[in-house]
Design a protein around this ligand. Structure first.
Ligand SMILES: [Zn+2]
Length: 464
């Protein structure tokens, strides 16, 4: 297995620390709003990495954090706190916001066939561990107290920038608008481990600490959660490219200072999804969520296929016409697979071996998902017997996660059933029995059928 390692800045052969077992850490979402589909692209590609490793025989233990505690909206310890901002917007308590958007994020992952990590930890559940971690960094002179906050001293490191191509000057250039001068810092790259003094007095969640009532800086949760659940040596750490600096850079700084040796061998960073006008964000332009795509009639798996068609290291541009083309491709693919009938044909072991090898090689080659899809298309075009085809499609779908076998195109019987439910719902609404109407709608949604009310009447679409 070879993939691009941000740490060495080249494609490398993957070697796990323990034979046949992989310890993998994923930066989780900040649960103050819905995830946008650009965030979800990262999770889809991480899912492909995990499933590929499993496909080639590794056991993967994956851990993810949920950021449910103060997280500043800028990556430079400045700007407004995201969780507080979300709570204000919706007039709710921070932890209610966190719970709601964690559920929504899990729902998105389920719909996209993204496997939920083996261990998922809320940042707020680990406060005592952060305090111990910070105390150790202070004792060993890697951290200092200044103006009420605890800072990490980046000047203590030989190479703070090992994950990035940043030089101090280019950093200054890049974040000039972002960095507010914080006179408490000894060096401009120092970052906060624990806040007791913040420009934002409305922080809702605060905890007692040896340095006073306050809350953790936002890099610390990933280091401490990873250490607790995966130990001092990590195989792979994942996150979007925007996490490389400062988040992952700071994670490395504090963790390696704490453990006293190299921490993580491979860093995996899928690229951005952009809109045609530029970088995707929650605040500018149309807020692109998975639910919005579903409302517009796209199955979540169409979006998954859209992501798999291009390489994770390339920036991908989102546009509805490309998604339409992908929808077409997906429907045709499912229709074609639906038409392969289970017959008496005997599994052809040699053929299975040939196709599995090709499929595996595509993925082992820096996760070339579009080549892996080509292997699937070649199989469909081939004269391989039906049962062997079905066997291989099921096998490939363990990684692709496109419900290739279980998904059905709408046949007459299914259509009749759905139309009947639409009728029943219409009647229920007419009789003002909205609870029943909602139940019918939700039952259908559970079966992957989404109803859309238009001026011309109710239409439907399959979402999975
Ligand atoms: Zn993280």
């Amino acid at each position: 297995m070879r993939f691009y390692n941000t740490l060495s800045k080249r494609i490398e052969q993957f070697e796990s620390i323990e034979k046949k077992s992989v310890k993998m850490y994923t930066c989780g979402p900040t649960v103050y709003h819905y995830a946008h589909i650009g965030n979800l692209r990262t999770y889809i590609m991480e899912d492909i990495l995990e499933k590929t490793l499993e496909y080639i025989g590794y056991k993967v233990i994956r851990v993810m954090n949920i950021t449910d505690v103060g997280h500043l909206s800028s990556d430079a310890d400045t700007g407004e706190d995201k969780m507080v901002k979300g709570a204000k917007r919706e007039n709710k308590a921070v932890l209610d916001i966190a719970r709601y958007y964690t559920d929504k994020f899990k729902e998105d992952c389920d719909r996209l066939n993204i496997k939920w990590p083996s261990v998922v930890v809320n940042a707020t559940s680990m406060i005592d561990d952060y305090i111990k971690f910070i105390e150790h960094l202070i004792d060993t002179n890697y951290a200092y107290l200044s103006g009420g906050n605890v800072y990490f001293d980046t000047s203590k490191l030989e190479n703070y920038y090992k994950l990035t191509n940043h030089s101090e000057d280019s950093l200054l250039e890049a974040v000039r608008d972002d960095v507010s001068t914080d006179d408490n810092k000894k060096n401009k790259t120092d970052f906060v481990l624990w806040f007791t003094k913040s420009k934002f007095d409305d922080q809702e969640l605060k905890w007692d600490s040896p340095w006073g009532l306050g809350y953790p800086g936002w890099h610390i949760e990933c280091s401490v959660i990873a250490l607790k659940y995966l130990g001092e040596y990590l195989d792979i750490h994942c996150g979007g490219v925007d996490n490389i600096f400062p988040h992952h850079t700071n994670e490395i700084a504090q963790t390696e200072s704490y453990v006293g040796h190299k921490w993580c061998n491979y860093w995996f960073h899928p690229e951005h999804l952009n809109t045609q006008t530029g970088k995707m964000s929650k605040s500018s332009g149309e807020f692109l969520t998975l639910s919005l795509l579903i409302e517009k009639g796209y199955s979540p798996l169409v979006y998954r296929l859209f992501c798999l068609q291009s390489h994770y290291q390339k920036q991908l541009v989102f546009a509805y016409d490309i998604l339409d083309a992908t929808k077409n491709t997906y429907d045709k693919l499912i229709k074609r697979i639906n038409s392969i009938k289970d017959d008496d044909s005997v599994l052809d072991k040699e053929i299975i071996d040939v196709y599995q090898t090709r499929f595996r090689e595509a993925l082992e080659n820096n996760l070339n998902t579009s080549n892996a899809l080509t292997v699937l298309y070649d199989l469909l075009k081939s004269d391989v017997n039906n049962n062997t085809k079905i066997y291989l499609i099921k096998d490939f779908d363990q990684v692709l996660g496109l419900n290739l076998i279980t998904n059905k195109v709408i046949d007459n019987e299914l259509e009749k059933y759905i139309l009947k439910q639409i009728d029943l719902r219409y009647e229920a609404k007419k009789n003002k029995n909205y609870a029943l109407a909602d139940k019918i709608r939700n039952d259908l949604l559970d079966q992957g059928i989404v109803l859309k009310d238009t001026r011309e009447g109710t239409t439907f679409d399959l979402v999975k």
